[in-house]
Design a protein around this ligand. Sequence first.
Ligand code: ADP
Length: 348
Amino acid sequence: MAIISSDIGDNDFSLRKKELRLVDSKIIPEEKRNNNLNIARPVTFKEFVGQEKIKSSLRIAIDASIYRKEPLEHTLLYGQPGLGKTTLAFLIANEMNTKCRIATAPAIERPRDIVGLLLGLKEGEVLFIDEIHRMNSLTEELLYSAMEDFRLDLTMGANRGARCRTINLPRFTLIGATTKLASISAPLRDRFGLSQKIEFYTYDELKQIIINFSKLLNLNLEDEASFNLAKISRGTPRIALRLLRRVRDYAQVVKKTNFISVNLIKKALNSYQIDEKGLDSLDRQYLSFLNQNNNPTGLDAIAAGLGDDSSMLEFVVEPYLIQIGFLTRTPRGRLLTAIGKQYIDSVK
Ligand code: ADP
């Protein structure tokens, strides 16, 4: 049984806005439906670009499990959205020559949901639970004995008529994915034998991902064009692939071509209001607001000024502005850097 939630997460503020942001790393509904993207999912370690340390520790763990004829240890993958956690889960299952069942924690509301999922597993299979930090305590507690002893301890009935029943489960591997490691309870975290942090990707790695995907899409991509796209992808494969798909739309519909040049990318991104730094209109509004204030400004004041949610600004907009050196967070508030100011003055 596979539960694929339609829930889009508690921090998906960008999806509540009228417009979807192309440069947001969270999955958008179109991408959930788009089979085209499944062809982009690497299925072997060789095809999975970057994350060399993770790949080599997983390789050893997988080979050891295969040698011992045991399932892989339960594995926790953490890192920002769009960096490849789901892809790695499928890849691990593929390398273990087994199936990967997929679920998201918000869809596992009642104990019977998790019981159903666990009872549906076959020996050695992988159960992938996305957003595992969002498990509720009742269902999470059932996971403890399932993970540790491959056993479900269920309480049937209520009050004096209550009795315990133990059900043995096939040995399986749980792969949990989270963007918020700190929100996972200690008992759950301790039950994962392996824990891996997925890092942001370098420009060269993103360029390789873009080139690989462009081949699958039958696009002819100029070398410099792939690097330019990589530079504005915020270290995130999901954004890189999304930008490439939008550039392809523009090339095919407006220019009637499959040849993607540096110039075409510039024009395409321009039509989506993304500039050469990879900033979109929300980023620019944020920077303009700070520029007008000219003083360190508190996050809540910025949020009120822009009519946006402060958490959205903090988790979605600010990290990239800080990363490219346009913004600093000081104890007195947010402050534009000299290059941030120079940039926003130049685009006025
Ligand atoms: P997450 O689960 O972390 O949100 P996904 O696994 O859904 O991210 O990855 C988002 C997209 O990026 C997928 O289409 C996937 O194919 C692609 N992707 C992620 N990591 C890599 C990688 N290392 N190499 C190639 N493609 C990748």
